[in-house]
Design a protein around this ligand. Structure first.
Ligand SMILES: Cc1cc2nc3c(=O)[nH]c(=O)nc-3n(C[C@H](O)[C@H](O)[C@H](O)COP(=O)(O)OP(=O)(O)OC[C@H]3O[C@@H](n4cnc5c(N)ncnc54)[C@H](O)[C@@H]3O)c2cc1C
Length: 471
């Protein structure tokens, strides 16, 4: 499993020279202090913290271009950094190198309200973007839970979250990106047209590439009008299967669920304690409906009917914005709620995704596996997408528990792939899921990915050690 802290083979390149050249150009926008370097490596799960040699804060595309040229000349790795909320070691520097922090490229450059799109720098957070848009009656829907996640980081991990069932993921919502490629050239992957058949789809190739193929310095994303009416609901069920079935049936009937989040009884208990709620400790759906007032009421009535037939215990509706915010805040803080329910233990957030018809089977088998392995793990699902998270709690200092978790994660990924699903629906590959790609894509599929990496980044300087290994 994990490499010990800080033990990483050094890149063949000359990082000292690259730092000294770039320090002259960037001044105090290049830092080498240890605390900062550690904050710019992986901090959230059991993967080790592998810090870069320096952290840089670029301000413009031209500056990024220059940094790439210096890094290429001295064969030094570059690791783009948004907010560091990724969960699979994406921002680690296993070969050392330079972390490119986009925190100072955080501007909304243009809002094209008539076209329902906007152009942003990569470091703008989804929270800041939505604050900027609110008064225009617009919003950007992709919601990975971590409020400070940046649009650049979200695009690079192909993130999604609670609203993907209605609005899609970053894959559907990024119209184009401007990226600095490994040879220092700047590419704009598409125009702002809603669709295009003009050649290979470079936008979709860069979205989800985790900083391994190009460094994004501008993105155009789709926007949506804030719906006239939004209603949220919390709905406990007798069984987890009933909750999942209610969502599947609603989707099959074309009900426009905007969010349909499943929370198991372990997490409900933790949320009650953490957010001072008094929810029934049963498998529970957190729901949201968007539309006109009439259509939302109609959707709710139809959903209630389906849910009752699947064993819903009751419905608590929240119409007022502050009530809805409180509910979703509690849901989004699930990770921290679980952590505080098990003090001193680590929480490992992982995700898989299967076709929705296999979702309850996959969750139930996973819960049986959790029990058989003697683990404690909450299950949280973006049910409408067939995507669910498990969050095993464990003691890092206990090798038996660590081995049990490793076995569980492997079986979870294999189970999802065997059901024609994926080892990650939204968190991405990073370092943690590289070992499952052969099973999912076959060796030929992974070889094709390696050929793409080789063609885009022949020197292997862009976020090395992630997604695919290079010879
Ligand atoms: C509590 C919690 C809940 C979460 N829930 C979800 C969820 O429901 N759904 C979900 O999808 N994710 C979820 N995540 C994961 C996380 O929020 C996402 O991975 C997020 O999209 C990463 O954004 P970031 O700005 O933090 O990027 P970072 O973590 O800084 O970087 C992520 C990757 O993007 C690359 N990158 C960053 N900026 C650029 C750029 N400009 N150009 C090229 N590459 C770049 C980095 O090199 C790295 O590989 C959750 C995380 C936490 C902590």
């Amino acid at each position: 499993m994990a490499l010990p802290m800080d033990v990483h083979p050094r890149a063949a390149g000359d990082v000292k020279t690259a730092i000294s050249i770039l320090r002259q150009q960037l001044g105090d926008r290049l830092q080498t202090g240890e605390a900062l370097r550690r904050q710019h490596a992986h901090t959230l799960t059991w993967l080790p913290n592998q810090p870069p040699d320096a952290v840089l804060w670029p301000l413009t595309t031209a500056e990024v271009q220059n940094i790439v040229q210096v890094a290429a000349a001295h064969r030094v790795p570059l690791i783009p950094f948004g907010a560091g909320t990724s969960l699979e070691g994406h921002v680690n520097a296993p070969h050392g190198g330079l972390s490119l922090d986009f925190g100072r490229m955080d501007q909304v450059l243009a809002v094209n309200d008539r076209d329902l799109d906007c152009i942003v720098q990569p470091g703008v957070s989804r929270r800041k973007l939505n604050e900027h848009l609110r008064d225009m009656g617009l919003f950007f829907p992709v919601d990975p839970g971590a409020e400070e996640a940046t649009i650049g980081g979200m695009a690079a991990t192909r993130a999604s979250g609670t609203t993907a069932v209605r609005y899609g993921t970053m894959r559907e919502n990024v119209l184009n990106v401007t990226a600095v490629m490994a040879d220092g050239q700047v590419v704009r992957t598409a125009r702002r047209a809603r669709k295009s058949s003009a050649g290979y789809d470079l936008t979709k190739l860069l979205v989800g590439s985790e900083g391994t193929l190009g460094i994004m310095t501008e993105l155009t994303v789709r926007l949506y009008g804030i719906p006239e009416s939004i209603m949220a609901a919390v709905c406990p069920f007798e069984t987890l299967e009933g909750a999942v079935n209610a969502v599947i049936q609603s989707i099959q009937l074309g009900l426009g669920l905007a969010r349909s989040e499943l929370v198991d009884e372990i997490l409900v208990a933790a949320m009650n304690a953490h957010a001072k709620l008094s929810l029934e400790e049963k498998p529970t759906l957190f729901l949201e409906f968007h539309g006109t007032e009439v259509s939302v009421r109609d959707q709710i009535a139809r959903f209630e009917e389906i849910a009752r037939s699947e064993g819903a215990i009751r419905f608590d509706w929240a119409e007022r914005e502050e009530d809805r915010r409180r509910l979703w805040k509690a849901r989004h803080e699930g990770y921290w709620a679980i952590k505080s329910a098990y003090p001193g233990r680590e929480a490992l957030a992982t995700d898989v995704c299967v076709p929705i018809s296999r979702l309850s089977e996959c969750i139930l088998e996973t819960q049986a596996d959790i029990k058989a392995a003697g683990l404690v793990a909450a299950v949280i699902g973006h049910v409408g997408d067939g995507n669910f998270h498990t969050q095993p709690m464990f003691d890092m200092g206990n090798p038996k528990e660590v081995t049990a978790i490793e076995g569980f994660l492997k079986r979870l990924a294999e189970r999802a792939v065997a059901m024609d699903g994926t080892c990650t629906g939204e968190h991405g590959v990073g370092q943690g899921k590289m070992k499952y790609l052969d099973a999912e894509h076959g060796t030929a599929g992974v070889a094709a990915m390696r050929a793409i990496k080789q063609a885009f980044d022949p020197l292997g300087i862009f976020n090395p050690g992630k997604i695919v290994t290079m010879p």
